[in-house]
Design a protein. Structure first.
Length: 177
């Protein structure tokens, strides 16, 4: 007698049905689309990291020259202009400090954005408060952006008006012209 060998049944290798092929094809298609979407997202992410946004800082300059005819008292030897905006928290304070400088020789004018937008646009004012001291020819002798103390503003005006102290730029801060 011969020992019986256990029967080894071979698993049947049936051909996949059309339905199975369609499902497999759809899965492959979905994987390809998913891979393309992931690749596109990676590319966009990498590009965003490389591209730096433009600076948001304004130009931040006061005008070098004013047309005295654009402002009150063009015949006055000195003009102090404070460019302001109603939405600016410090503009009113700077305008009040400048108003004290009004005299026979000094005209002071506040130029508020909503009321005098054409002057803001003409002189390219992009930051307020902007304070300008101009001579009789309209040449800016002192300019300052931002809040300023009464002492600094009045001292700048005194330096501009005093021939002994007069310099091309009457102020001594970095915004002076």
């Amino acid at each position: 007698m011969t020992p019986q060998q256990p029967s080894r049944e071979q698993p049947s290798r049936e051909q996949p049905s059309r339905e199975d092929s369609a499902v497999m094809g759809e899965m492959v298609w979905r994987l390809v689309v998913l891979g393309a979407v992931v690749a596109a997202a990676v590319v966009v992410s990498l590009r965003r990291r490389r591209v730096r946004p433009a600076p948001t800082q304004p130009r931040g300059e006061v005008p070098a020259q004013l047309d005295r005819a654009d402002f009150s008292a063009p015949q006055s030897p000195w003009l102090v202009v404070v460019f302001t905006s109603a939405t600016c928290a410090t503009c009113g304070d700077v305008a009040r400090k400048a108003a004290v400088l009004t005299s026979r020789d000094v005209a002071v004018q506040e130029v508020e954005y909503a009321r005098d937008r054409t002057l803001h646009d003409k002189y390219r004012i992009d930051a307020v408060p902007a304070t300008v001291i101009a001579d009789a020819d309209g040449v800016t002798r002192y300019g300052h952006l931002g809040p300023i103390s009464a002492t600094d503003l009045w001292a700048a005006m005194a330096r501009c008006r005093d021939p002994q102290l007069a310099t091309p730029a009457c102020g001594d801060d970095s915004d002076a012209r």
